[in-house]
Design a protein around this ligand. Structure first.
Ligand code: SF4
Length: 734
């Protein structure tokens, strides 16, 4: 009992008068927690809780999930379609028919004048899978622009590219249950406790039971690194060198799994020839990890019965992002650690449905990992959708990051943004702003009308959010889970699915292409397209998905016919010999020469700038900035700075300082911590007009994902702290 608690100030838990709990899946990160929202008798959402019987989260939610019901009534939600002639005028409210007609007419006019590809469509990882599929059908089948991508290019493109290069297809091979079987875990640039708290809890619980070594590779002492057995503070952007050196030791000491390599891979000789060049003594000078530690980690990993690697943005958001993923896969393949319990390379994805867009949106190809480059895939989809096969492009169009360059050069004149906010999320936002100003026509579809990007819209389409809609999402471990419309969209806003089907009517002139009118009917259509493929969902339906609190793919119609229940967890892919997606079933070992093209500190800009996320916020704070119980933990932009560096500069803890990069500057508060070294600061990227004013955003050559984590800045102290505070306040008005 706490001292005196019984006599004075008893703890009171407010009775929220909940009369009903309704099922949903969390709409923030890719962990995929099952949850319930509590409603009072006035049908107001007043509480959120985790679902006890769900394998993913087993009753738990993190700080974002537990406050999620507050989104429904948060400030800034769009509740009426808005329209204007020019982006510098005021919006006027309009009705849906007028807004949709204006959108369709605006897009068609640009296409007629400048060609089909002169408009771009950029979506998100936040919508539901049926919405992604429908948007893909509309874009590929009717509108016909090839410049169609998602903001997932900013977070998961390198993982997708790396998986495709190594295994012949996207699709994470492992699952959370692997933590319960592994004998060694390496986390590359992944701060689980803050980015994916519930996956961290699963990992930690497994580790406490079995005490496997945790090796964290991160330049910063993250929360995960604080829990690590070995922490490798790698020099930013040099992971590939470390990977090559680890493989050098493994091959040099004959610790590889020869039988697995022989039966399951191609390319071993070329890989060996390349890693021969990366002896630990030489590599240590580039990647900053001493040679003995490299040897210890290589032996620990290779000698484990089952060894697992996870990674997040520390790998993906780099000019070597795709190579970093291939390097992780190389390490897994040469040690036989794919497709077995505890042995995997598991990309921890970002947004709640980043996987759904990868599987079904047709952004980078065609539904269910089909490609535009494959004539059979094009033919099959054209027949299924009842469109002319020649209407489909024969290779993918521009990535999101290249679309902005094409706006600058005038190749793209019109833009439809869906649930994404590039003016906050793209690197070098000064350049993005200039590009947006050049657009002849811009449509923003979002659940919030007060986003930075909406400033440039000619039409604003208010969309429903999260559990105001119906459909499925896929999480990091390929688990498909259900979101139900537990409350009506606010005001006159509409589910994205409704907006796409209404828009389709305006392009589907001869009614040739069928657009189902319910999300469940769309899911049934997707099942047909999935049969016999890697991502086979033909055994699922909304009922068994909800009953099982999510089902991992593949789960096939045949399994249902054989009365085989869905697995509770622990479903892996590439478990059979030579079962990879390349024609001969073998994975590719790929040699990775390293060329250092990072921006590195120099005399003028002597400090590394590292960016990342906080547990209480989500991406550009469009959502969590409006939820008081999230926002209060970090309401203003700040940097983590080493006290020794601050002392050298003459800054006090809590002072505002000015960060300056070659692109621009930003005002932030200095927060002292030893989590960063003396030559580095860490800046959370959530705040508008802040981190991405500074970032360089060089692009990965394979994935076109920007490098957000390796750039150089200088730090200047500010005399007028009051003026700096005022500016800081203005910078976070969105
Ligand atoms: Fe939601 Fe992710 Fe938190 Fe789970 S861990 S409650 S999915 S934000």
């Amino acid at each position: 009992m706490l001292f005196g608690r019984g006599q004075k100030n008893p703890i009171k838990i407010t009775d929220k008068q909940i009369v009903e709990w309704k099922y949903a899946t969390c709409g923030y990160c890719s962990t995929g927690c099952s949850m319930e929202v509590g409603f009072n008798k006035s049908n107001e959402a007043v509480s959120s809780r985790g679902v006890g019987g769900a394998d993913v989260n087993r009753g738990k939610l993190c700080l974002k999930g537990i406050m999620q019901h507050e989104l429904f009534t948060s400030a800034g939600r769009g509740n009426k379609p808005l329209i204007r002639q020019h982006w510098h005028q005021d919006f006027v409210e309009t009705n849906w028919d007028t807004a949709l007609d204006a959108t369709a007419a605006g897009l068609k006019k640009i296409q007629q004048k400048y060609g089909r590809d002169s408009i771009a469509i950029i979506s998100t990882g936040q919508m539901l899978t049926e919405e992604f599929y429908t948007l893909g059908k509309l874009t590929r089948g009717l509108i016909g622009t090839n410049n169609y991508d998602g903001n997932t290019t900013l977070c998961m493109a390198s993982a997708v590219s790396g998986y495709k290069r190594s295994f012949g297809s996207d699709g994470p091979p492992g699952c959370y249950e692997d933590f319960e079987h592994t004998d060694c875990l390496i986390a590359w640039g992944s701060n689980l406790p803050e980015q994916h708290p519930i996956i961290y809890w699963r990992m930690k619980e497994a580790q406490e039971k079995r005490n496997f070594p945790l090796i964290v590779i991160d330049p910063r002492v993250t929360m995960l690194a604080q829990n690590a057995d070995i922490h490798l503070t790698v020099t930013p952007g040099t992971d590939v060198v470390l990977q090559n050196a680890l493989m050098h030791v493994i091959l040099n000491e004959d610790l590889q799994d020869k039988e697995y390599i022989e039966k399951n891979t191609n390319g071993f000789a070329a890989l060996k020839a390349e890693v021969d060049k990366y002896d630990p003594t030489t590599a240590a000078k580039i990647c900053g990890i001493d040679e003995d530690t490299i040897r210890v980690v290589a032996r620990l990993f290779a000698k484990a019965n089952a060894a697992m690697q996870i990674w997040t943005m520390g790998i993906n958001q780099s000019t070597h992002g795709s190579d970093g993923v291939v390097g992780i896969n190389n390490l897994a393949l040469i040690t036989g650690n794919i497709g077995k319990p505890g042995g995997t390379s598991l990309s921890i994805t970002g947004q709640c449905n980043a996987m759904g867009t990868r599987e079904w949106s047709s952004c980078s190809g065609l539904p269910n990992y089909r490609t535009l480059e494959n004539p059979e895939d094009r033919e099959e989809i054209a027949q299924f959708w009842n469109i002319d096969v020649d209407f489909l492009p024969t290779k993918r169009g521009l990535f999101q990051t290249d679309i902005y360059r094409a706006i600058e050069t005038g190749e793209i004149k019109g833009l439809w943004l869906i649930a994404t906010n590039p003016l906050s999320s793209l690197p070098n936002t000064g350049r993005v702003r200039k590009a947006m100003e050049k657009l002849e026509f811009c449509v923003v579809q979002d659940c919030y009308e007060d986003t930075e990007s909406a400033q440039y819209a000619h039409v604003f389409l208010p969309a429903g959010t999260w559990a105001e809609k119906s459909g499925v999402m896929t999480n990091t471990e390929r688990r498909v889970n259900l979101v139900k419309p537990i409350i009506k969209p606010i005001g006159d806003s509409k589910p994205d699915f409704w907006i796409f089907t209404e828009m389709a009517k305006r392009f589907n002139v001869d009614n040739k292409v069928d657009f189902p009118v319910t999300s469940e009917a769309v899911f049934e259509e997707m099942k047909l397209l999935s049969k016999g493929r890697l991502c086979d969902i033909s055994g699922m339906d909304y009922e068994n998905i909800e009953k099982n609190r999510g089902i991992q793919w593949p789960y096939t119609e045949k399994q249902v016919q054989n009365n085989e229940p869905p697995p509770a967890g622990g479903k892996r892919i590439y478990t059979e010999e030579a079962s990879f997606s390349y024609a001969d079933g073998k994975a590719k070992l790929i040699a990775l020469p390293f060329i250092d093209n990072n921006e590195v500190p120099d005399e003028k800009f002597p400090i590394w700038l590292n960016t990342g996320r906080l547990v209480e916020h989500w991406h550009g704070r469009t959502k969590t900035g409006k939820v008081a119980n999230n926002n209060k933990f970090s309401p203003i932009p700040f940097i983590e700075i080493n006290p020794d560096l601050a002392l050298q500069l003459g800054a006090e803890n809590g002072d505002y300082v000015r960060l300056v990069s070659r692109r621009s500057d930003a005002i932030v508060m200095a927060k002292f911590t030893n989590r960063v070294s003396k030559d580095m600061v860490f800046l959370p990227f959530h705040f508008h007009d802040c981190a991405n004013r500074l970032t360089l955003g060089l692009l990965d050559p394979h994935s076109r994902q920007p490098a957000y984590k390796q750039q150089a800045v200088r730090i200047e102290t500010i005399k007028d702290q009051r003026a700096a505070a005022q500016l800081s306040m203005e910078m976070r008005k969105f």
